[in-house]
Design a protein around this ligand. Structure first.
Ligand SMILES: Nc1ncnc2c1ncn2[C@@H]1O[C@H](COP(=O)(O)OP(=O)(O)O)[C@@H](O)[C@H]1O
Ligand SMILES: [Mg+2]
Length: 361
């Protein structure tokens, strides 16, 4: 039993035939029954990883283990994987029932039609598509097609479910609803799931943990809240968070952090948060907009360029040192564009990054 490392990826690399290094030495593991989100911008290598897990693509080097056994030389059909593709890939000429039954009616393990139908119907009930049984994919909405694709992936009772941006073709409201349903469904079935998305909010809402990639490299493999509160580096801090984090160029000199019109004593920072010694030089000071507070006398004064309402909060946009920055305040704060404000940072919530993006504080 390898429940803690039910899926294990070790030093995985993929160089495509044209020489492009899409995955560079990636290692991670997934606990049995967990739903893990692979998150990252378009082109970071998410689909490449799923395809290697599924066996549709050979790794250049490295190993993939399911339940402790290497599968790199195991044929895709023998890996006990269910795959929900980004475009669903349903068979247009078949009905919903025929689509869902299909994997059970082909190959070595094929079973009698009535048995296949019985299993298909079980999963169609779970995914609530029984009433669509006789329709063709072309007659279905995006959300319905998505359920058919999930039911078809589940009928073979795979050990691992792979889903590649399964919600990207749905409109915003439906996406919220279906992501909750997917989480409830995979937890009910108890299947270990790798769910690919480029949407940080989707990832934190449904993932037991998140693995964030950029350029084929893992940036952080962690619980959702840690990407926000304790980002590993500048990329993570900027990829996660809405509104996005504010970044200011600063100079560290003789125990002071000097910005364009503010100064912070290094002694006022929380010693325990330093990752290593802060040497003099140029840094980026980053702070989430809700940690820039309004005050009577702040460290920085600014003029509000614009105010944006998002649900229960307001984003105050201002220009500081030539860059756009944001402060997040509650809905009741009566501030309009053109107002002058004083701002103060919560010093125990700021981050300091080197120009290369390494986090120091
Ligand atoms: N067959 C291929 N040949 C060469 N490069 C590819 C191929 N498929 C994908 N890539 C490149 O590899 C990188 C990762 O692609 P992909 O895994 O599809 O990213 P994602 O799914 O995160 O958007 C991208 O830069 C993409 O252009
Ligand atoms: Mg992709």
């Amino acid at each position: 039993m390898n429940d803690e490392r039910f899926v294990e990826v070790k030093n995985l690399k993929k160089v495509y035939d044209n020489g492009h290094e899409a995955i560079k030495d990636v290692s991670f593991s997934v606990k049995k029954g967990d739903l893990v989100c692979l998150l990252g911008p378009s082109g970071c290598g998410k689909t490449t990883i799923l395809n290697m897990l599924a066996g549709l693509l050979n790794p250049t080097s490295g190993d993939i283990l399911f339940d402790g056994k290497s599968v790199v030389n195991v044929a895709p059909k023998d890996r006990q994987i269910g795959y929900v593709f980004q475009n669903y890939a349903l068979y247009p000429h078949m009905t919903v029932l025929q689509n869902v039954m299909f994997p059970l009616t082909v190959g070595k393990q094929k079973m009698p039609k009535d048995k296949a139908k019985e299993i298909a119907e079980k999963y169609m009930k779970t995914t609530q598509i029984m009433e669509l049984a006789d329709q063709k994919p072309g007659d279905l909405s995006g959300g319905q097609q998505q359920r058919v694709a999930i039911a078809r992936a589940l009928v073979q009772q795979p050990k691992i479910l792979l889903m590649d941006e399964p919600l990207s073709n749905l409109d915003a409201r439906l996406r919220l609803k279906i992501r909750e349903e997917i989480r409830a469904l995979v937890k009910k079935v108890g299947i270990t799931t790798l769910f690919v998305t480029h949407d940080q909010e989707e990832a934190s809402s449904i993932g037991d943990k998140i693995i964030l990639f950029n350029n084929g490299v893992i940036q952080q493999d962690d619980l959702g809240q840690n990407f926000y509160l304790e980002p590993n580096n500048y990329f993570v801090a900027n990829f996660v968070g809405n509104p996005v984090i504010d970044n200011f160029k600063v100079q560290v000199n003789n125990g002071k952090i000097v910005g364009s019109d503010f100064e912070i004593n290094v002694d006022d920072l929380d010693k325990s948060r330093f990752k290593r010694d802060l040497t003099d030089g140029e840094y980026i000071l980053s702070v989430r907009p809700e940690n820039i507070l309004l005050g009577d006398h702040g460290e920085v004064s600014a003029k509000v360029d614009d105010v944006e309402l998002i649900g229960r909060e307001r984003i105050l946009k201002f220009t500081h040192d030539g860059v756009q920055a944001r402060s997040l305040v509650d809905l009741e704060t009566p501030i309009k564009p053109g107002d002058n404000i004083n701002l103060k940072m919560r010093l125990n919530r700021i981050f300091l990054f080197t120009k290369e993006g390494e986090r120091i504080y």
